[in-house]
Design a protein around this ligand. Structure first.
Ligand code: GRF
Length: 217
């Protein structure tokens, strides 16, 4: 809650939207105090848009391919989002890098989930890279978005032990399942005002969070 009303969120998706679905389900179940005001996608065929429609949530799409410059696309997206006055922008499988302009415009209000134990493996193919490195553990991290890709202050990490001879597909599906519990938990912390970004640092209950809280799954 922010004052006497739930935090208003815009959720940005590019694909399947299983994380979006977990937010919808948890809000409907009354365990997450969030008002999902709008869903946005840069991809008109994203299944996440169907999930929004099924849940009766407003959505809109702007295809990035129709913009020559990244920032022009971001300005159009921001203008659309602003009509919903979001407190929080939740990236949930949003496969576009945001311009520094967009990040500054919504500074401290953008969250992302990245399927790795950051700062390990920013970028793509995280599951294959964790397996290839012989890591004992892997997982996913929720962080504030800054202009540096996958490098903003971390809030919560979900960790699991890699199984012997585990395939990248199997690991990915286990990581995705944990994300569906981890991301709403992190959003609840921010939506309730307990966690915020201050002077470039994540702060929890008034104290700097040098390391994210790690939850074992
Ligand atoms: C998730 O694994 C998330 O970590 C990554 O993109 C994936 C999105 O999956 N950023 P979905 O669209 O929510 O099913």
């Amino acid at each position: 809650m922010l004052g006497d009303r739930p935090c208003r969120a815009a959720i940005l998706v590019s694909g399947a939207g299983s994380n979006l679905q977990s937010f919808i389900d948890q809000v409907e179940a009354g365990v997450l105090d969030l008002d999902i005001a709008v869903v946005f996608s840069n991809n008109s065929t994203a299944y996440g848009l169907k999930r929004a429609a099924q849940a009766g949530i407003d959505s809109f799409c702007i295809e990035h391919a129709s913009f020559a410059a990244r920032e022009d696309f971001d300005r159009a997206v921001a203008a659309g989002l602003e009509t919903y006055a979001p407190d929080l922008i939740i990236l949930a499988g949003f496969m576009r890098i945001l311009s520094p302009w967009f990040v500054r415009h919504f500074e401290g209000r953008i969250l992302n989930i990245h399927p790795a134990l950051l700062p390990k493996y920013p970028g793509l193919n995280t599951h294959t890279r964790a397996l290839g490195a012989g890591d004992s553990h892997h997982g996913s991290t929720v962080h504030f978005v800054t202009a540096d890709l996958d490098a903003g202050p971390r809030i919560l990490a979900g960790r699991l032990a890699i199984e012997a001879d585990e395939s990248a597909e199997h690991l990915q599906s286990r990581v995705q399942s944990l994300e569906h519990r981890l991301y709403p938990q992190a959003v609840q912390l921010v939506a309730s005002g307990r966690v915020r970004l201050a002077n470039g640092e994540a702060v929890r209950d008034g104290k700097p969070l040098a390391e994210p809280v790690v939850v074992d799954y």
